[in-house]
Write a protein that binds this ligand. Sequence first.
Ligand SMILES: [Zn+2]
Length: 112
Amino acid sequence: MPLKNVIEAKKQKGEKIDNKVRYIQKHKPIFSVLEKIKLWPSSSGILHGIKHLTRDGNYIVIETHCHEQIKVRISKNSRAARWLRNKWAERVCTVCRIPSWKVNKYLNTSFK
Ligand SMILES: [Zn+2]
């Protein structure tokens, strides 16, 4: 489901939309960012919910709520960091069932 539709559905249900803008430092280490927002943008443009996150040396091991295991190398300008900052993931994983407030919070997060 497209990210914007998640918010649209929330509105239609008459749920309150939180418009508070939150900030995350642009150069915050990727591990801390993931730990904070618990969302993972896959290279196919889908946003997954992070169930578990561990650090293994120069790598981050991620387990998503849809039971995918991902191992990524920590780098200063990782793809995931760029994708999160620029909000390039267009859809949310339907298996992960990311709560709409979390999607809303993410959309209101500004990386600067
Ligand atoms: Zn997923």
